[in-house]
Write a protein that binds this ligand. Sequence first.
Ligand code: R5P
Length: 292
Amino acid sequence: MADEDTTQAKDFQADVPAPNDPFFLKGSNNLDWGLKNRLANIFDPSSGRTVMLAFDHGYFLGPTSGLERVDLDIVPLTPYADTLMLTRGILRTVIPPTYTRGIVLRASGGPSILRELSDEQLAVSIEEAVRLNVAALAVQVFIGSEHETQSIHNMTRLVDLGNQYGIATLAVTAVGKEMARTPQYFRLATRMCAELGATYIKTYYVEDEFETVTAGCPVPIVIAGGKKIPELDALELAYKAVQEGAAGVDMGRNIFQADHPVAMIQAVRKVVHEDVKPAEAFELYQTLGREG
Ligand code: R5P
């Protein structure tokens, strides 16, 4: 028999409605709880943005500059990242399992820098992703390339598998040598990925009309840093991107190839999460760099 003590007053606060708040990320309100929980481990719910530290480059480039020793060069940066984007090889061998923020796992691969890069296939099973407790799987999409359909098919398969297990899919819009880096191109590529099911998208910042890329894409967009540029320019790039609608950055070389990587990631955080102007963030970078 139920323990129903009728002598004690109970307060159900029946006049207070249960909260029914929308999820903080664009286009993500209708996702399942597990997926939202993982996204909240990639994006910071208080700013709605993310600083993803990308160091998956070795999957086709080998030990590129700044990534010769991930244990020595990258692990000290991880406390400042909202999430890490990497391969399973580096995750297992180098990253301490005590790391508790979201992991974004590179899930496509195949060709090296010596070959046609668009010829990628899926390179991780969903069981492996679950075993590694990842928050998202990242897949390269090569719109306009020789293997466009194959790469889109890789992405849609990953979306189906990820949705089954509550794991997000990050579509990475690749830019090949012949592909124009124009607003039109990025509007096409990001919108295609969103329409075909990507949870969020990584693309590149373009001068003029970037806000049309973010506005036309119904899911969050983060921008890649791209090739190393001077630190102040990289902070300006991040600033313009978030001011024009990006939900953060997925930055690699402009952090780990900076003169002071630990200082640089902290300066990037200021720009992304606190809307600090690039010049001020650059001062912080120089101060932290000197303290080194
Ligand atoms: C390409 O190798 C990867 O997708 C990188 O994670 C991505 O390009 C971001 O790194 P970066 O800021 O160096 O372009």
